[in-house]
Each structure stands twice: as structure tokens, then as C-alpha cells.
Ligand binder design. Structure first.
Ligand code: FAD
Length: 458
């Protein structure tokens, strides 16, 4: 019997990285994908949303042009051209990914996989033809799907998921976004910048629960200033269709209200997708609908690993990729553990938000002896030159050792700046070591040195 070393089920960020890593380590790997290579991130997530955000950033620059002495007399945009550019980027990256698979000698099989038993994978191709692949190891990387709210009206035509929002033909006049998490905020930004009236509904007392409270509060202020209505403590009771408009029944601080909208976007989170894999029959342990794995990313069944959104830890593409690498290294005989302590988390809003490590609230809960320093963008020369003075960087350090515990940024290019915080945190650096690193002038990165300076003499 011809056995491969590894079958990876799912060609998203977790799956394709696993397959590439495996062949680079000399393993014979097959990647099975039932839909499009690249998964959610490339086709319906990270890439299309960021392509649209790049467009609305250009609109933002046009609106600020006068400050730079440029008169833009008239401008307009073409929504279908904006969407076409997004699709072009996806096509280009898909083709790059296919080439990457060829270069790395990964056999890609199109079809839906089912685990018949450990080591035996059945793949049904789009024409219904079946193939059995025997393997020493399997990685499940089947990702996640949009969570539906258990309320009436979620199946109405105008109630859309993030995937549908990315393929609209026309802009709605009004959009209600249910959910004040990362995905909800990114879409609220995009549609607001394109002239759509946007209301965001969040059940909790604040948006972006996973982000440092002060930073999330600043972002909410800035989004409101740009015209996005944000209702917190807002529970959605149901959705009705009324005269071709959607009526969303909510209770805000115990008071019932009816909100009208053309479209309603569901952005309340995602749940692991274990689909028709046969997980229950095989006895693979689950943990709150996600596949349970140990630190080696292995399930309770020897030789079956799981990575990415399907394990439900931190649903981000770079986490899925890292988990894939950890799983493959363990399969190849190394002993590696997945570490979630240093995971940068970015919100691609205008301005951006990015964080790594502990929030101030988490650090206070874990250790009463912490020190906090903040520095605003408005004192930084590059931010002033760019006309982007909104925002700040905040760091949290251990009160004795001054070891960095967390970095939180709101401001332009936050998603790039956070890389320095992630590196410092993973190396266990102190704020003095950050300060002793020469930062080029004039750059936004100097704000990191400034914020470190705030603690270095303490
Ligand atoms: P997926 O990308 O979901 O891939 C799973 C693949 O498995 C799919 O292609 C699916 O077709 C395939 N599959 C499923 N079952 C089978 C089967 N039985 N047989 C064969 N194939 C199967 N993350 C970030 O880090 N940065 C961002 O900016 C970001 N933006 C996002 C924006 C949106 C709107 C969304 C929805 C998500 C975003 N994410 C972002 C999250 C990111 O997309 C996911 O964390 C990432 O895609 C997870 O990768 P994965 O490999 O676990 O799964």
C-alpha cells in the first residue's frame, strides 16, 4: 500500500502552511481542498477586507488633500471598480499560492475529505469520484463558519454575512452591523467611508472586548466622530421585513427600539467547522464545538492533528499558520509546543488598532506591580508630517524588572508598528532594551522609543 506521510484537510492559512512546511522537511504531503485554495483568509476574509480598506484609505487621503495644499475639485468612486480591484488581488494571490504548492511539491487534491479511520482518508471530487489516500498522519485544518444568531429573521434576504458583504453589487443606503468585534468594525469603517449610513450594535458595554479598554474607548470615540453610530448594551431581539426595509428590534439599556435598515450584517463571531469529517464517529474529542488538541496540536487520536480556526483558540490567519508549523514539526519528530503568549492582534480600521501581550486590565489582574506608559502620536514628527496625529502607544511593563508585558497602539500604521512590540515580547526584552535600540528619525517607530523612555528612569 502506497502511504503518504501527511494528508492535510483544508487549504486555508493553517492547511497550506502545514503542507509546505511538511515537504520542506522532506515529508510526502497531500493537501485536500473542497473549495478554493487559500481558504477564508485569502478568498473571503483578511485579503478582500484589506483590499477594500486600502481603497477607503485613499478616499481619506483625498479628503485631507487640502491640508497638504492640494485642491481636489471633484472626485467620485465606482463601487464595481473597487470590488473588481479586490477580486484582482485575490486572483493574483491565488495564482501565487498555486505556484507555491508546485514549487514545494505539494500534491493538491480537489475534493471533500472524510476520515474513514485514522490513516485512511476518502476524498470525493466535485464530479463525485472517490479516492482513498492512506497516510501516516493527518492534519485537520477545516476552518470556521459564520455564527448565526438564534433570533427570528436571520434568514431574511437582506441579512448578510461577511462573505455576502464582500460580493455586493451595489452599496446599501443604510447598514446595521450586529457585533462590535474586529470584523464588525472593519466593515463599519469600509461602508461608512463609502457613504453608507452605518449603525453598529454591540451587546456588551463596549466594542472590541479583547482590546485594552482605553484603546477601545478611543477607537469608539473616533468612529463616532466619523459618523458611525455605536449602540452598546444593545441586545438584538429579532429582525422583520417591512415594506422592503429591514426592521431590527433591539433593547438598549432595557428600552425597546426599532431600527430600520436596508441591509443587516451579521458579525457576531465564527464557529469551528467540523462539517462531515466523521469526527464524532472516530471519537475525536471536542471542546465547546472546537477540536481539542494538546500543545503539540495533536488530538486524542495518535497521528491526527488539528490546527487553525477549527481548534477555536485564537481565530487569526497567522495563528493558524503557526499552529500548522508546530503540528508538522512534531510530526517530523521534533518536540515543539504551541505558545499563544505573543500573538499580535490588529484591527484595520481608520485609524488602525494593534496590540500584543497583556492589556492593562489583564496585567493588573495578574500582577499588582506594573508600570504603564503612554505617548501620543501628535508629538511625533513623522505623524505630523503625514497629517496623522490621532492616536497613542501604550506599554505595560513589570514594575520591578521593567520587562515588557504588553503593547497597544491606536494610530496610523499600528499594524506594522506592533511587530517591534511582538519581537520585544518574544525576546523577553525590558523597556530599557527597547530604548537602547536606536530608532530611525523621523519615523513613527520613534513613538515606541518615546513611550519606553517614560518608564526607563523609573
Ligand atoms: P480556513 O481559512 O477557514 O480554511 C479552511 C479550508 O478548509 C477552507 O478552504 C474549506 O473549504 C476547507 N475545508 C473544510 N472542510 C473540508 C473538507 N472536509 N475537505 C476538504 N476541504 C475542506 N485573520 C487575520 O489574521 N487577519 C485578518 O485581517 C483577518 N480578517 C478577517 C476578515 C474576515 C471578514 C474574516 C471572516 C476572517 C478574518 N480573519 C483574519 C480570520 C482568518 O480568515 C482565519 O483565522 C483563517 O482563515 C483561518 O485559517 P484556517 O486555515 O484555520 O481555515
Amino acid at each position: 500500500m502506497n502511504k503518504v506521510d501527511l494528508v492535510v484537510i483544508g487549504g486555508g492559512a493553517g492547511g497550506y502552511q502545514s503542507a509546505i512546511k511538511a515537504t520542506r522537511l522532506g515529508l510526502k504531503a497531500v493537501l485536500v481542498e473542497k473549495d478554493k485554495l487559500g481558504g477564508v483568509c485569502l478568498n473571503k476574509g483578511c485579503i478582500p477586507t484589506k483590499a477594500l480598506i486600502a481603497t477607503v484609505e485613499r478616499l481619506h487621503y483625498i479628503q485631507k488633500a487640502r491640508e497638504f495644499g492640494i485642491q481636489v475639485k471633484d472626485y467620485s468612486f465606482d463601487f464595481s471598480a473597487i470590488m473588481e480591484r479586490k477580486d484582482r488581488i485575490i486572483r493574483r494571490l491565488s495564482s501565487n499560492l498555486e505556484q507555491l504548492m508546485q514549487i514545494n511539491k505539494v500534491r493538491v487534491v480537489k475534493g471533500e475529505a472524510q476520515i474513514i479511520e485514522p490513516g485512511e482518508i476518502e476524498v470525493t471530487d466535485p464530479a463525485g469520484k472517490r479516492e482513498i489516500i492512506f497516510t501516516k498522519n493527518t492534519i485537520i485544518a477545516t476552518g470556521s463558519k459564520t455564527m448565526r444568531l438564534p433570533i427570528s429573521g436571520v434568514d431574511l434576504e437582506g441579512v448578510i454575512t461577511s462573505e455576502q458583504a464582500l460580493s455586493l453589487d451595489n452599496l446599501p443606503s443604510k447598514l446595521i452591523v450586529i457585533g462590535g468585534g474586529v470584523i464588525g468594525i472593519e466593515f463599519a469603517n469600509i461602508f461608512n467611508a463609502l457613504g453608507v449610513e452605518v449603525t453598529m450594535l454591540e451587546m456588551l458595554p463596549r466594542i472590541l472586548l479583547s482590546v485594552d479598554e482605553e484603546i477601545a474607548f478611543r477607537l469608539a470615540q473616533l468612529l463616532r466622530r466619523r459618523g458611525i453610530e455605536i449602540l452598546t448594551n444593545c441586545k438584538v431581539k429579532g429582525i422583520k421585513e417591512d415594506n422592503q426595509r429591514l426592521e431590527v428590534l433591539v433593547s438598549v439599556a432595557e428600552e425597546e427600539r426599532k431600527l430600520e435598515s436596508e441591509k443587516v450584517l451579521l458579525a457576531v463571531g465564527r464557529i469551528p467547522d467540523i462539517g462531515n469529517l466523521n469526527v464524532q464517529k472516530l471519537g475525536i474529542e471536542l471542546e465547546e464545538k472546537a477540536i481539542k488538541v494538546n500543545k503539540k496540536m495533536e488530538t486524542n487520536i495518535t497521528g491526527i492533528y488539528a490546527v487553525g480556526d477549527v481548534v477555536g483558540k485564537i481565530m487569526l490567519a497567522h495563528v493558524a499558520s503557526r499552529e500548522g508549523i508546530v503540528a508538522v514539526e512534531n510530526i517530523s519528530g521534533k518536540k515543539v509546543k504551541m505558545d499563544y503568549r505573543v500573538v499580535p492582534n490588529c484591527v484595520f480600521s481608520i485609524p488602525e488598532v494593534a496590540s500584543v501581550g497583556l492589556t492593562e486590565e489583564e496585567a493588573r489582574r495578574e500582577n499588582s506591580n506594573i508600570k504603564v506608559s503612554k505617548f501620543p502620536f501628535r508629538y511625533n514628527s513623522k505623524a505630523l508630517i503625514m497629517g496623522e496625529t490621532e492616536g497613542m502607544i501604550k506599554i505595560i511593563a513589570n514594575g520591578d524588572s521593567l520587562k515588557l508585558l504588553g503593547m497597544h497602539i491606536i494610530g496610523i500604521h499600528a499594524s506594522d508598528l506592533i511587530a517591534e512590540g511582538a519581537l520585544a515580547l518574544s525576546l523577553g526584552a525590558t523597556v530599557r532594551e527597547i530604548l537602547n535600540t536606536i530608532h530611525a528619525h523621523p519615523t513613527l517607530a520613534e513613538i515606541i522609543a518615546n513611550v519606553a523612555e517614560g518608564l526607563s528612569e523609573s
